[in-house]
Write a protein that binds this ligand. Structure first.
Ligand SMILES: C[S@@+](CC[C@H](N)C(=O)[O-])C[C@H]1O[C@@H](n2cnc3c(N)ncnc32)[C@H](O)[C@@H]1O
Length: 302
């Protein structure tokens, strides 16, 4: 079976799930994403990177059985602040990127497809995607299989019969007991994190939550949008010092294998890891969907 994927990191996870892969799309124009490509190659060195989605000539690609992708949601998501160009209709950049997925599907004639995006997109965009792909989306919250709340829409022709079973995993269950000082907030940063935002963008600061907030690519925001914890929540220590999550905890919240995104330990590597993990799919959600692929015998949950 050949697998064509739009995005870099997930491919590796999918590869682990289906144990096979042939082609991978990588983003050559967005230089910042090279870390994701490096992570793919570290874990699956035979991955073929075929560049920008706008430039791919599908006539040069062998038969595809499964096409998966999640085009950038940054233009559509309500995480984008009001007045900063959030797109509510499909005729912007977000729509152009999505249409590259549609082109891939038409030109490869892939037997199966899975397209994912953020639940918070506008109704008009959601309807447009549904019309183009010809199936209704299924909303799956990653909180069923992990300690993170993450509502995502999945459009697929894989015959999913039920949602994943709730594994009842809490944020507390996946935390590291002791972490490096660098993850603790300075006094100044702590004050900023606990503020409730501006009139335009009000958020209620809350820490030590039962489930982590949806992981974002940058974990340095206010406590109303980012997950922070204090030591007493983890190991009975101090109530005073707040810290952000570590890259390892980020991986656990996406059910990605531990240290999958660790590369060199370079000084600035943490922020790159947050970014690729925040962009990624929740592995166990995808594994659940794939359990319904033909010849897998349906939902294989234990
Ligand atoms: C939200 S992320 C999706 C990540 C993916 N679902 C995963 O789990 O790894 C969107 C990705 O699209 C990639 N991308 C953006 N523009 C692209 C383009 N023109 N060609 C190929 N990839 C592109 C970005 O680099 C980013 O990794």
């Amino acid at each position: 079976m050949y697998i064509l994927m739009q995005i870099m990191k997930i491919e590796k996870y999918l590869l682990m799930i289906v144990e096979i892969m042939k082609v991978n799309w990588a983003n050559t124009k967005h230089k910042k994403e090279h870390f994701a490509i490096d992570i793919t190659q570290k874990n699956y060195s035979k991955t073929i990177q075929i560049g920008d989605v706008f430039d791919i000539d599908y006539s040069k690609i062998d038969k595809i059985d499964l096409l998966i992708g999640g085009s950038p949601c940054t233009y559509w998501s309500n995480a984008r602040l009001k007045g900063t160009g959030r797109e509510l209709t499909p005729d912007g950049i977000g729509g152009q990127l999505f249409m590259q997925y549609v082109r891939a599907l038409k030109e490869t004639k892939s037997k199966y497809f899975l397209y994912e995006n953020n639940n918070s997109m506008s109704k008009e965009i959601k309807n447009f995607i549904t019309k183009e792909l010809g199936v209704e989306p299924i909303m799956i919250n990653s909180s069923l299989v992990s300690g993170q709340i993450r509502r995502r829409l999945y459009w697929t022709n894989i015959p999913i019969k039920q949602l994943p079973k709730d594994k009842n995993i809490k944020l507390k269950d996946i935390l590291e007991k002791e972490v490096d000082d660098k993850y603790y907030l300075s006094e100044k940063m702590q004050k900023y994190a606990m503020s409730s935002g501006t009139k335009k963008f009000y958020v209620k600061p809350e820490i030590n939550l039962e489930k982590a907030r949806p992981l974002t690519t940058v974990p340095n925001k206010r406590a109303g949008t980012t997950t922070y914890i204090t030591d007493d929540f983890v190991n009975g220590g101090s109530k005073e010092r707040m810290r952000k999550l570590t890259p390892l905890e980020y991986e656990r919240l996406q059910t990605i294998p531990e240290n999958y995104t660790y590369l060199t330990g370079h000084k600035f590597e943490d922020s790159k890891r947050y970014k690729v993990i925040g962009n990624a799919w929740t592995v166990d959600v995808i594994a659940h969907i794939f359990s319904y692929l033909e010849n897998k015998g349906g939902n294989n949950e234990k």
